[in-house]
Design a protein. Structure first.
Length: 305
């Protein structure tokens, strides 16, 4: 026969109860936002993916027909190719540029705070306004880039009007907004203990060796975080492509999310669009899982060392 534990659970003190209530109240805004903007839309998209609905008529049951249609839709592969092409180029470029600018901004120089603000400013400007600005910058007739190229005897491309250059123009705009990454990398760089660099220099390490053996391992968790979030954001990029090219020319910049938008609000096929949304969800999920499984290069310093 088991003996009852002599240690009884003590009731919570009034102060502990008050702190618990305050904690739950503090979580409410996030919880409400998660339910309204994440959980409910996910459930709705899952349910609608099995229906026919054009917003104007009643919802009708479709079963698996929407998912069968995916295998017959010829535009899915091209839109996925454009999405992967943008992600594969934009993520490494923005990561490298953000880190490079952070290294430059990590210097103790007069007026460095002003330069940090200047580099960070594009990251906080409205995406639509910045996209419109870049339409003007990339204008083939009077844009700043082609005007500058003409001064050195080079005829600039048509950029957003050319199927071969339109994606490059969008990627250039993405690289212009690396200020957010710069701030992350700058914070990580300033968190690296100076004693590590001093020890490396005593051992005869050069500047490159210090960067390779000390800086990169110490900031690798930040790099990994930026690559993960950047990949997910690039796969779901919509505003730049919608405003700058609207998928053109000749659908050379029609990404998967833009195609999904056109299906939902251009053809008003909400059920099929909901089925399509699960493709990008699972792609993001699989890529994230692969990156986590291959993150052996990420260094995490053990506590107490």
């Amino acid at each position: 026969m088991k003996k009852k534990s002599s240690i009884s659970k003590k009731p919570m003190s009034p102060l502990a109860k008050k702190e618990a209530i305050q904690g739950y109240i503090g979580l409410l805004p996030w919880l409400i936002g998660f339910l309204c903007f994440t959980a409910v839309p996910l459930i709705a998209a899952f349910c609608l993916s099995f229906t026919y609905w054009d917003i104007l008529t009643p919802i009708r049951w479709a079963g698996l027909n929407n998912f069968k249609e995916i295998f017959q839709d010829g535009k899915i592969l091209s839109s996925l190719w454009n999405t992967f092409r943008y992600t594969a180029i934009a993520v490494p470029l923005t990561t490298a540029l953000g880190l490079l600018i952070a290294l430059m901004m990590n210097q103790k120089a007069r007026g460095i705070l002003i330069f940090r603000v200047i580099y960070y400013l594009p990251a906080v400007l409205p995406a639509t306004a910045v996209a419109l600005l870049w339409i003007w910058i990339l204008n083939p007739e009077f844009g700043i880039i082609n005007t500058f190229l003409s001064y050195i005897g080079i005829t600039g491309p048509a950029w957003l009007n050319d199927p071969h250059w339109a994606m490059s123009g969008v990627i250039m705009r993405a690289c212009w907004g690396v200020g957010g990454g710069m701030i992350l990398f700058l914070a990580a760089l300033q968190n690296v203990p100076q004693s590590y660099y001093d020890a490396a220099k005593i051992d005869g390490g050069s500047a490159w060796q210090c960067f390779k053996k000390v800086t990169l391992p110490m900031i690798s968790p930040t790099i990994f975080y930026f690559v993960i979030t950047g990949t997910i954001a690039s796969l779901q990029e919509f505003t730049l492509f919608k405003v700058m090219t609207d998928g053109g020319p000749v659908e050379s910049t029609t990404t998967f999310v833009l195609y999904l938008y056109n299906v939902a609000f251009g053809r008003y096929n909400i059920g099929y669009a909901s089925a399509l949304s699960w493709i990008i969800f699972f792609i993001s999920l699989v890529l994230t899982w692969i990156m986590f499984k291959s993150s052996t290069w990420v260094y995490y310093e053990e506590e107490g060392k």
